[in-house]
Design a protein around this ligand. Sequence first.
Ligand code: ATP
Length: 436
Amino acid sequence: MVDMDKLTSLCKRRGFVYPSSEIYGGMNGSWDYGPMGVELKRNVKEQWWRNMVQNRQNVVGLDSAIIMHPEVWKTSGHVESFHDPMVDCKECKKRYRADHLDEMICPECGGELTEPKQFNLMFKTHVGAVEDSASVAYLRPETAQGIFVQYVNVLNDSRQKIPFGIAQIGKAFRNEVNPRNYIFRSREFEQMELEFFCHPSEADEWYEFWKKERREWYTYIGIRDDHLRVREHTEDELAHYANACVDIEYNFPFGWNELEGVANRQDFDLSQHQKFSGKKLEYFDDQTKESYIPYVIEPSAGVDRTVLVTLCDAYEEQDDPKRTVMHFSPRTAPIEVGVFPLMKKPVLADKAIEIEKVLRPHFRTFYDQVGSIGRRYRRQDECGTPCCLTVDYETIEKDDCVTLRDRDTLSQNRVPVDNIVSEVRKFLDSLCDKRE
Ligand code: ATP
């Protein structure tokens, strides 16, 4: 099992994740993604978008506002019931979520706890110059409502018919009582959500379909299937809007935890919005002449949790040779190929720079000429770069080939420079195949 302290230290050292506002002592529940992290996160989102939107005729995208009409959150039930039960320790004043505690004594000092109080998770703000009750607005706690309120516009403009889906990736905000476990639970995070609209009689089938699709996607981006499980919600866990829900869970170093929820939200949201906006949100099927409010199947995933899973699943410490290596799939690796001259000699460096230029339009590349070659390889191992190419004197004097070093097996093979794009492509593809 991965040690979280070691993982977070690697993430900081290699520029994956930094504590937010670190020079001011950090900000609990907020994290920044560094140069490696931002690439990893972009790749996760890119893979999701490709799978969920580009690869499907019946899904289209949306990018809705973070600050919406406050009525949206009343209608959705968030103002009324998006609460966590919170308790305080009377001794040490620490605050906990009551439903996260095994016993009702303070885990920190054993002190007595207060009765649970309900704590709304939405961040409140004021819009405009006047701070009064009429100007109250919220930062969205989920991206889903942005989709529901634009459902009719998208339906009319995109030439879609039911069944079809609307996908969105974007920031969401929750004033979590206890942000913890690194980027697993933060106050500002990103979601990748699909709302899939279907006929009520087909909802069960689509629910099964999306559960399967979503689990498979995680293995496609390189997560080991035996580290995943699908857990059905019990009756008392179900949210007020859902009649069925599963969590896709990952075996994190801190235990099995939710990575994504797939829920059958029925017609709850659209019916509510129809009722309170006064706008018709029914669907008219011109074949059957039936009017109805569609049911919605929602796979809702966290970008940051997927990044954390990708990091945990990739991490390995090896003894012989001693190194730490991140086994990212080429589909998510921040850098796909590193290019080095064996030494910092102009004749070698010029050739390596030239090769990197050829590769750059095709791959995420990185050029490095500083330090011993062994140290440069180890740095790339920690960044999870699947292959590195090294230019040496033989390249120049003899064979016009470079050494391709395989991150996982450490094997080194000579490959021709004049075919370098297809050689690298072949290598990365074979690595993806091997992992599937
Ligand atoms: P939890 O029970 O862990 O608080 P949830 O059931 O409230 O999560 P959902 O409302 O289903 O979560 O949100 C969908 C997804 O958004 C989650 O599966 C998770 O990946 C992500 N997510 C939710 N809250 C957070 C958070 N505070 N930090 C990071 N990701 C989050």
